[in-house]
Design a protein around this ligand. Structure first.
Ligand SMILES: [Zn+2]
Length: 178
């Protein structure tokens, strides 16, 4: 059901009989998500809980919960970080031609003759929940920045004479220059 193209009529059918499903999704089938996921030992998983039922206007509504555990890239240190999130979503569908005013403040998707893949919609929900600049919660968890910070700190603490990590380097560079 999720990776099939559905038309408004299909959505109505599923919703009229109130369809429910829980499924662990194949992340590889979500190309936009796959692009930002790292290849870590711990696999990224997306589990969805989907309910299709009619809303008050007798239009189809998809709602439920998405549990995402994704291996993402920290935007500060470019190291990997693990992002766990439970996403609650609810989206109403309307038939494009049947759009009428008075449906304000409703999160809806208008379905035209092209139909919709629910997997795309679920992927959208996950993508829009990922913070724009996702980072490790604490800078000390960052990989490279952490090491750099410790390095600078330790070199500051020691006396100039005893430990000047760059002086050797500049000597070498100076010698090479001559
Ligand atoms: Zn980081």
């Amino acid at each position: 059901m999720l990776d099939q193209k559905l038309f408004f009529k299909d959505l109505l059918d599923y919703s009229s009989s109130k369809s429910n499903l829980s499924k662990k999704l194949d992340v590889k089938k979500m190309p936009r998500l796959s692009e930002i996921i790292g290849n870590d030992d711990e696999p990224s998983t997306v589990t969805v809980d989907v309910t299709l039922k009619l809303n008050d206007q007798l239009n189809p509504r998809i709602s439920g919960e998405i549990t995402a555990s994704l291996s993402l890239t920290c935007q500060r240190c470019l190291g990997s970080l693990y992002w766990n999130e439970t996403i609650n979503y609810s989206v109403d569908f309307i038939k494009e031609a049947g759009f009428q005013t008075g449906q304000n403040n409703v999160d809806y998707i208008s379905i035209n003759d092209d139909g919709i893949m629910l997997l795309d919609l679920l992927e959208d929900e996950v993508l829009s929940s990922i913070p724009m600049s996702i980072m490790h919660k604490n800078i000390e968890l960052c990989e490279n920045i952490d090491k750099l910070g410790m390095f600078l700190q330790s070199s500051d603490e020691k006396t100039e004479k005893k430990n000047k990590p760059f002086s050797d380097l500049s000597e070498i560079l100076g010698k090479d220059g001559n």
